[in-house]
Design a protein around this ligand. Structure first.
Ligand code: G16
Length: 543
């Protein structure tokens, strides 16, 4: 074995965002680029000598190339073993599970999540730590620091290995095990959910449509839903992972999963519709004639989770990201448990889960998960919904109405303004930040501002503080608008405006969301000057 030290000029620091480093494929294809970043990760990992590393990705274009590079570099950096998913495939939650199950020191997850894939699209690298979760800020900060001064990367001179053949091979003195991408994950799901009850529901004629969006959950969904649970062949749509996701945007929302939405609103809709994203951590839930917002899904799952065997002892707490609606807070209150409000990004849930302070977590961006792994988990969310429906034996729509009748309803929407010039987006945020102290008491139509602040989070476990996590404008009566800039885009800036209106139990629970949010939408533009700053009169995406 030869260990090569490849010298490279320091390159412009690469800052991992909420979910690792995301750039265009063409950027990752530049000489030394991916290697510089991977080496920066390896340089900050303590105790890697002889340790196990998990490597896999969502199968998008460039996945196999970077996996081969990462394997050679892991060998040269002294890891003892790497575990790689067959064909280079691991969903993000499956990788999180493997890290935990086999006591790995961490894992490299190659994905740009819900962003499109292909030679002209997006790629990403994320490092997860030994609890199976995304690296916390102190680690991503250290990786970033390292990227600003890195001047060499290490590799062994060995040929590519066969990523499709299960089994063990040696690369430069390090063991590489190619494992079944699905088996351990499916076994974990069987410990959490009552597969017999779901199987009986399927055998009784309950029909489901699951859209894997030509992304990573296809093999997981075929195995679990069709093979193990007995849903009819064809239940899983777009179930083969493609390098370009069939030219689609693998983001399970009402815009990009429109075909599923249209099916679920049609006369011959099946009983249950669901979708997952590029790397399998997000989920979309639609009942026959009823879309369930991710914020509501979190609240409804939390209220019913005890019906599944993995959660029958009850929940220790609930956690939600700040822009996620307060629907889950009302469930936590009724259950007599804590509800934590964290900044956007799954990494902020890790400490709460590790400390046993929360069991279920969720984000408005279609992420829901629990303490079974340290990532959000699309297939898990679908299975928990199925388990609950199998026990309660009511349609999704009835379950939602029941929930609102008890807890009230948080009407909710997110408006995204994409591809904005970064300076204009920054100017909007800076001006609004300066204006926050003067906002309370101001009226916008029927709405009066009760409070306004820039969200700052003090982690209750390690005391670390994360400031500037979004601007919150709270109105009297429980309505709210939140403004923040995306940390995951790869082109320009994306402004996200989160709109939420609370109607208490006994109030107007069966209205159309756009009409219920009209006053808030007008107030949001007046408060932030969206059109004045950006020239945009309407959002690009409404979810
Ligand atoms: C977006 C969402 C966040 C989510 C993040 C990563 O971040 O708003 O809620 O945590 O993506 O999600 P994934 O791991 O599925 O890519 P941002 O910063 O773009 O708003």
């Amino acid at each position: 074995m030869t260990i090569s030290t490849i010298k490279t000029a320091p390159y412009e620091g690469q800052k991992p965002g909420t979910s690792g480093l995301r750039k265009k494929v063409k950027v990752f294809q530049q000489p030394n680029y991916a290697e510089n970043f991977i080496q920066s990760v390896f340089d900050v990992v303590e105790g890697k000598e002889g340790a196990l590393l998990v490597i896999g990705g969502d199968g998008r274009f460039h996945n196999r190339t970077v996996i081969q590079q990462a394997i050679r570099m892991a060998a040269a950096n002294g890891f003892g073993k790497v575990m790689v998913g067959q064909g280079g495939i691991f969903s993000t939650p499956a990788a999180s599970n493997l890290i935990r199950q086999y006591g790995a020191i961490g894992g490299l997850i190659l994905s740009a999540s819900h962003n499109p894939g292909g030679p002209d699209e997006d790629f990403g690298i994320k490092y997860n730590v030994s609890n199976g979760g995304p690296a916390p800020e102190k680690v991503t900060d250290a990786i970033f620091q390292r990227t600003t001064s890195i001047d060499r990367w290490l590799t062994v001179e060995t040929p590519d290995i066969d990523l499709d053949a299960l089994g063990t091979v040696d690369v430069g003195g390090m063991t590489v095990e190619i494992v079944d991408s699905v088996a351990d994950y499916a076994a974990l799901m069987e410990t959490l959910f009552d597969f017999d009850a779901i199987r009986a529901m399927a055998a009784g004629g309950f029909r489901m449509a699951f859209d894997a969006m030509s992304a990573v959950t296809g093999p997981y969904a075929h195995e679990i839903f069709e093979k193990r649970l007995g849903f009819a062949p064809g239940t899983v749509r777009n179930g083969t992972p493609l390098e370009d996701f069939g030219h689609h945007h693998p983001d399970p929302n009402l815009v990009h999963a429109k075909a599923l939405y249209d099916l679920m609103m049609s006369a011959d809709a099946p009983d249950f519709g669901a979708a997952s994203d590029g790397d399998g951590d997000r989920n979309l839930i639609i009942g026959k004639g009823r879309f369930v917002t991710p914020s509501d899904s979190l609240a409804m799952l939390a209220a019913n989770a005890h019906l599944a065997k993995g959660y029958k002892a009850g929940l220790k707490g609930i956690a939600r990201s700040m822009p996620t609606s307060a629907a889950a807070d009302r469930v936590a209150q009724a259950l007599g448990i804590a509800c934590y409000e964290t900044p956007t990004g799954w990494k902020f849930f890790g400490n709460l889960l590790d400390a046993g302070m929360a069991t279920i977590c969720g984000e408005e961006s279609a992420g829901t998960g629990s303490d079974h792994v340290r990532e959000k988990d699309g297939v898990w969310a679908v299975l928990l919904w199925l388990n609950i429906l199998a026990v309660r034996k009511i349609p999704v729509d009835d379950l939602a109405r029941d929930h609102w009748a008890r807890f009230g309803r948080n009407y909710y929407a997110r408006h995204d303004y994409e591809g904005l010039p970064t300076d204009k987006a920054n100017a909007l945020i800076a001006e609004l930040t300066a204006a926050l102290p003067a906002l309370p008491g101001k009226r916008f139509g029927p709405l009066t501002i009760a409070a306004a602040d820039s969200f700052s989070y003090a982690d209750p476990v390690d005391g670390s503080v994360s400031a500037n996590q979004g601007l919150r404008v709270m109105f009297e009566g429980g309505s709210r608008v939140v403004f923040r800039l995306s940390g995951t885009g790869t082109e320009g800036a994306t402004l996200r405006v989160y709109l939420e209106r609370y109607e208490p139990a006994g109030g107007a629970l069966d209205e159309e969301t756009p009409a219920m949010l009209a006053d808030l939408i007008a107030a949001a533009d007046a408060i932030a000057g969206i059109e004045r700053h950006t020239g945009r009169t309407a959002p690009d995406v409404v979810t």
